[in-house]
Write a protein that binds this ligand. Structure first.
Ligand code: ADP
Ligand code: MG
Length: 314
């Protein structure tokens, strides 16, 4: 079953008999998550934090604090390559929105002065968030689809589902195996395609065989606009105020799904590694044992971490 949610096509496929009410529960939950985290829904909790920047603290649901804390952790360890407080800059470019444009250097400078993640204040005891400067804005778009995939997996598992494929716009969580090992029945793994960053959606450059895993990709092709033959994509640099420019076309993070909030971690990590680029990315990844990655360079070269050897077909 597929629906538009979280700014993308959200598809949940269950590979066994399941009550229709499972899908109702999942999509209800996705719309709840959207009502909390969407920067495009005026009444969202996230917007209420942004509206009150520089003015007052805002009480928010615990889950927003949980996801925001994770995002701030990635900001800290990547020295801002991942930045959940990039809202003013993201709004300025409006990539993927109705009026994308190349801002002037002055506009970029002004926006960047309001993008410090160190000015985000969380008070866990009170359950509140405060942005210290007027005009600051959070954007959790780089992590929330992963969180939503984890929540979906939790609901499915609680309903007894063991085999399912969750795909939220390239943020994938494969539950169980396509077919479980059983008496004389060979286990069949999921084969997940890695999108070719320069081709049509659905054109894959490689496939990875997995079970119980999450695979999350960040790339130059996901959202972008073109002007005078130049492509401006949607992952922005806190240092230059421009789309991140390096030798990577995309990065896919692969992680076992049984780790806590695995897809959220993989989502944060894919954006972080993409922003860090091919020079710093691979060594940064070593801080996360058990996490594998596929890097696709702009030259078309494909590189994968050692743990994927034998599981990746090109
Ligand atoms: P996608 O949403 O296409 O799956 P990502 O998970 O990489 O891709 O998230 C990209 C989104 O994150 C952007 O659309 C924007 O909302 C936000 N964003 C852009 N640059 C950054 C950054 N450097 N750090 C954190 N979030 C970012
Ligand atoms: Mg991400």
């Amino acid at each position: 079953m597929s629906k538009l949610a979280l700014g993308t096509v959200c598809s949940v496929r269950v590979y066994q008999k399941a009550e229709p009410s499972v899908f109702t529960a999942v999509f209800k939950r996705l719309s709840e998550i959207e009502d909390i985290f969407s920067p495009h829904i005026y009444s969202s909790n996230l917007n209420s934090i942004n509206e009150n920047s520089g003015v007052s603290t805002v009480r928010v649901p615990n889950e927003l604090i949980f996801v925001l804390k994770t995002a701030l952790y990635y900001a800290e360890i990547s020295d801002g390559a991942f930045n959940p407080a990039l809202g003013p800059l993201i709004q300025l470019w409006d990539i993927g929105g109705d009026n994308p444009r190349i801002p002037s250097p002055v506009e970029i400078e002004n926006a960047l002065s309001l993008c410090s993640w160190r000015d985000v204040e969380i008070n866990e005891d009170d359950g509140t968030v405060f942005l210290r400067k007027d005009g600051m804005a959070l954007d959790l778009g780089a992590i929330v689809k992963g969180y939503a995939a984890d929540e979906t997996a939790r609901i499915l598992k609680e309903a007894g589902v063991k085999k399912a494929l969750i795909d939220f716009g390239g943020n994938i969580l494969a539950l169980g195996a396509k077919q479980e090992a059983g008496f004389l029945r060979k286990e069949i793994l999921w084969r997940i395609g890695v999108q070719d960053p320069v081709k049509e959606r659905g054109d894959y450059v490689a496939a990875i065989s997995v079970k119980d895993a999450t695979l999350v990709t960040s790339g130059v092709y996901e959202r972008f606009f073109e002007k005078n033959g130049v492509r401006y994509h949607h992952i922005l640099s806190f240092k230059t105020g421009m789309p991140v420019e390096n030798s990577l076309a995309s990065v896919t993070i692969i992680q076992a799904a049984d780790a806590e909030y695995a897809s959220m971690q993989a989502d944060a990590l894919s954006t972080t590694i993409f922003a860090l680029g091919c020079e710093q990315g691979p060594s940064f990844l070593q801080k996360f044992p058990g996490t594998e990655a596929v890097f696709i360079l702009k030259t078309g070269e494909i590189m994968e971490t050692d743990g994927l050897k034998g599981r990746l077909s090109k």
